[in-house]
Each structure stands twice: as C-alpha cells, then as structure tokens.
Design a protein around this ligand. Structure first.
Ligand code: AHR
Length: 490
C-alpha cells in the first residue's frame, strides 16, 4: 500500500497550545493514594509523594493537570483537605463509593504539581456547593489580600498565592449520575453567576463551562446552546468529554473512533459559532477537551469491587497496542483541530485509565499509551502545517470511509524541524509513505508496533515500546503502527 503526503513549511494553519497535551488526576481509586502519593513507599519524598512516579511525569513534561475531579469534585469540600493533616475528616466519597482520607488536598497537590513542572487546572464543586465556595476557593488560591481565605492559605504555610489560571465550572453537570446533576437551564444560570463572582475575585482567571459529557447524551446540542447563550460573556472555553473502547471486539471499527472525536469537535465548534453570530460579538469561545481516553477494559471487574474502601483499584485498564494506536489517532485529531481546541486532558495520569501504573509499595511502569502521549508532548510543539494526504480508505459494517493512514505535521518554529505523526490502521499491510516535503529530509523514524495487537506492558516486561527505524530507503509505516518521523531542511 502507498500513501502520498505533501508538507510545506510555509503553509501554517495554527499554533498548537501546549495545554493540548494536559492530563488529569482525580481523587478516585489509586490515582492519588498509591499512585502519586504513598508515604510508606521506599521512593517517597519528605511530603509522601513517590519520586519514581514523579520522575515519569517529568519525563512526559505534562503542562497542565486537571484536579481534583471528575465526578469526585461534585461532592467535595475543599476545606477538608487543608490544614493540620491529623485533624482532617475522613469522608464517605459518594461519587466512587469509597473512603476519602483527605491526606492530600489542594495545598499538597499544588506543591507537588509545581515540583513536576505542571500547572493545576482547578475544578470547583457545582454539585453540592455553588458560587460562594467557588469564590472562597479562588481567594484561597489566588488572592494577595489581607482577607480571610488568603490568610487561611498563609496560615497553612503558603505565603505566596498559587496563581491558578484555569478553572472548571463543575464537572459533567449534564449527566444524571453526577452528584447535583442539573438541567441545562439550571446549570447555565449557576455557571453564569459563579463565573461572574469568581472573576470579581480574580479577573485574570480563565473559565471552562461544562459542555456534554458525551456526544451521545440526549441533551447534546441543546445543552451547549443553552449554556453558551447564558454564559457567553463570562466564560472562555466550553468542555467536551469522551471515552472510547473496543466493546464489540471489532478492531477495524475501533481504530476509526478518532473520526467520531473529529465530528464531535466540529459539531461543538459549529454551535459556538452559531451563538457567536447570534450575539454579534467578536469574542470566540474555544474548546477544552478535558477528559478523553480509552476506557472499557476495567468496566466489568469494577463491578466486583466492594464499596467504602480507601483507594480501591478502580478503572485500572491495562492497555494494548490497539489502544495505543487509538490514543495516537486521537492525539493527531486534537492537533488537527488546534485552531479550536486549546486545552485537552488525557484522563487520567496514574493508575486510573492511565499511561503510568504502579504497584502499592512496589514498581512503576509505562503502559502502551504512554508512548504516543510522550512523543506528542516532545515533538508536537509549534505550528500545525497544512498537509495533503492521499491514501486508501476502508469500511466496516458500522463505519464508512476510514482512511488507512491518520497523520499530521508540526513545525517547531525554534528549530525549524518538522515532525510527522502517523498511524497505519491497516492490520496487515505495510504502507510506503511517498513524501513531497519541499526540500526537507527525514532524519529519524520512531515506530511503535508489535506482532500481537493485543500485546500489553506490565511491571515484569515491556512488549510495546518505540524503536528507531532506518530512513535510508524511504519511510515505511508497518502494519498497525504509530510513527514519528522527523525532518530537517536539506
Ligand atoms: O475519568 C473518570 C470519570 O469519567 C470522571 O470522574 C468523570 O468526569 C467521567 O465520567
């Protein structure tokens, strides 16, 4: 099979915001306790955070981490996780039916995130709480004033404000499963007034309003329009969430799911444009795809996990090569939509549907999906180039016209290098990439594949890992592979 790709350094289509490669850590399962934090672990630092885990997060270079939820945030009292640890209450955590010890809260998380080089994207509770608590939290985190909540932060040992820039106005408030679920109208009013009040405390913050938690939601579309019509002047971004999975054991259809992500983004962008036109304003609303990933492997096993445990092993999907290819296609889709999507969070980062896994008290390892995420973080910096790609397509019973090759090209403005990211969806055929690069030559080709598409990594062995391929005889994309090809000017 052959695919034809034309790249031209002069044809720039849009800047890729670094925050497109963000991630997410929620108080759920072993994401925090047993994941990033485990004071009894031999690699724990003085604050109880695992340095082996922090090391891998630093290797990735995650620019922004959404916190503390997720569904968790809709029942969370942020004050429970501040002050003297011995006095913090243990709570029934209703979203995941677990026990929350509150050993880690906003103070510890903010300090840890700064240490690993990430910004925090903070979510406020619009489920059981509302505008007043959101206002207090912004003051606690960001104010320099001699006032109650800023003083409380100082008393807790943080003289300087945290300066948290990005804030989520609740989480998945359209979902009936959400604690404090709301109708579109109820949410829109609350989000509008909460935004206004939060920005009165700190007018430099940016706000993300909840969009739909899935494009299949019965309120999809109406929800976005209602929220935008009422909140337009106060918000900066609208959120999208979506998880993908090979639930029908149909690999070829599953590999095409990034087409659904693309359509979702374009549809929500169109709704934003429609409301912008109605409002006759220059202000454009951008998108925050702040939960996306593969999530299906752990669904059945999670039903067996007893309630009211501390840090139960929830949502521990073990990812295959097939999932890594899907994650690669989803990352390419996000980059291709960088004119509209400015923020995106791979959900989540450690243990819970995550690229990084740990054993309690033991080892840490990289799941298959770690690698496409690492490569885009490393080489997806700069400007998306307009590319022309010609390749064959295939169809399945459920999906039509899936291109065999998913690809995009990114120019690094500082180094002048261009990186092409490409997934070959064919399960059997090698694909020769016929390139028209306008005076650039390939200097490196990294590829991720394995004989078995269901190969996984574990603490004992790594079966799916990137290898360097020669560029001497042109660029061949192996069947079922993720590829990173770097070019410099000749
Ligand atoms: O990431 C896991 C969960 O998925 C989040 O808590 C929720 O927002 C979504 O439904």
């Amino acid at each position: 099979m052959k695919a034809f790709l034309t790249i031209d350094k002069q044809h720039k289509t849009g800047d890729i915001d670094r925050r497109l490669f963000g991630s997410f850590i929620e108080h759920i399962g072993r994401a925090v306790y047993g994941g990033i934090y485990e004071p009894t672990h031999p690699n724990a630092d003085r604050d109880g955070f695992r340095q082996d885990v922090a090391g891998l997060i630093q290797e990735l270079g995650v620019p922004v981490i959404r916190y503390p939820g997720g569904n968790f945030v809709s029942g969370y009292n942020w004050e429970d996780g501040t002050g003297d640890k011995s006095l913090r209450p243990k709570r029934m955590e209703l979203a995941w039916q677990s026990v929350e010890t509150n050993e880690v809260g906003i103070d510890e998380f903010q300090k840890w995130a700064t240490g690993v080089g990430s910004e925090v994207m903070m979510a406020v509770n619009l489920g059981t709480r509302g505008a007043e608590d959101a206002r207090n939290l912004v003051e606690y985190c960001n104010a320099e004033t001699p006032t109650h909540y800023a003083e409380m932060r100082r008393k807790n040992g943080f003289e300087k404000p945290f300066g948290i820039k990005l804030w989520c106005l609740g989480n998945e408030m359209d979902g009936p499963w959400q604690i404090g679920h709301k109708t579109a109208d109820e949410y829109a009013r609350l989000a509008c007034e909460t935004s206004k009040i939060m920005k009165l405390v700190d007018d430099s913050i940016e706000l993300v309003a909840c969009g739909s938690s899935h494009p299949g939601m019965p309120t999809f579309g109406i929800w976005e329009e209602t929220v935008l019509r009422q909140c337009y002047d106060y918000i900066d971004y609208l959120s999208l969430h979506s998880y993908y999975g090979n639930r029908d054991d149909d690999t070829e259809t599953y590999l095409g799911c990034s087409l659904d992500m693309d359509r979702f983004i374009k549809s929500v962008g169109a709704i934003c444009d429609k409301v912008q036109a109605e409002k006759k304003t220059d202000k454009k609303i951008f998108l925050s795809f702040d939960e996306w990933n593969v999530w299906f492997h752990s669904n059945e096993q999670d039903k067996q996990i007893p309630k009211w445990q501390t840090a139960p092993p929830l949502l521990e999907d073990i990812y295959t090569l097939e999932d890594a290819l899907v994650v690669g296609c989803l990352l390419i889709t996000l980059m291709k939509n960088c004119d509209r999507v400015k923020i995106a969070c791979l959900a989540q980062l450690v243990n819970v549907i995550a690229p990084i896994m740990t054993e309690n008290g033991g080892r840490v390892w990289k799941q298959t999906i770690f690698y496409p995420y690492l490569h885009t973080l490393k080489y997806g910096r700069g400007v998306l180039l307009r590319t022309a790609l010609k390749c064959d397509t295939y169809s399945t019973d459920k999906k039509q016209n899936i291109p065999y090759i998913e690809a995009c090209a990114v120019l690094n403005d500082y180094t002048g290098e261009v990186t092409v990211f490409a997934v070959n969806r064919s399960l059997k055929c090698n694909c020769k990439l016929v390139l028209n690069t306008n005076g650039m030559k390939a200097v490196e080709h990294i590829t991720l594949t394995a004989d078995n598409i269901r190969a996984v990594n574990s603490a004992d062995s790594e079966s799916v890992y990137p290898v360097d391929k020669s560029v001497a005889n042109g660029i061949d994309l192996p069947p079922k592979s993720w590829n990173v090809i770097r070019f410099v000017s000749e």
